[in-house]
Design a protein around this ligand. Sequence first.
Ligand code: THU
Length: 130
Amino acid sequence: MSLLDHAKAVRENAYAPYSNFKVGAAVQTASGTIYTGVNVENVAYPEGTCAEAGAIAAMCAAGDRKIVEVAVIADSPTPVTPCGGCRQKIAEFAQPDTIVRMYTTGGAQLDMTVAQLLPGVFTADHMANT
Ligand code: THU
């Protein structure tokens, strides 16, 4: 099963009763393992947590840390791009040239690198003087 297939399959489990916008995400790590996540909303915080953050949380919980590829899919007119917070989270565990593959359920695809998605990323290097 491809990374896209994992993201597509897990998207079915998204819990998005407030936005009705289901998102599925999958990250592959250097070990070859794939971790998946969905967006999860709740009545007090209807913006919920993003699918990408869910996949990264599953990866971390498993003790895995190095992302080599990301896939995200939603039923949107154009491929869904990760929110700002998720871009920073992805950057934490990926390389600047890591590919983020974004899809619509209709079959459109957009590939961008982490550096393209988050130019000028804040890194630990910025704290080198501390
Ligand atoms: N969402 C994601 O899960 N990933 C994205 O990249 C964009 C937005 C979710 C959060 C919320 O549940 C819904 O989409 C609408 O913002």
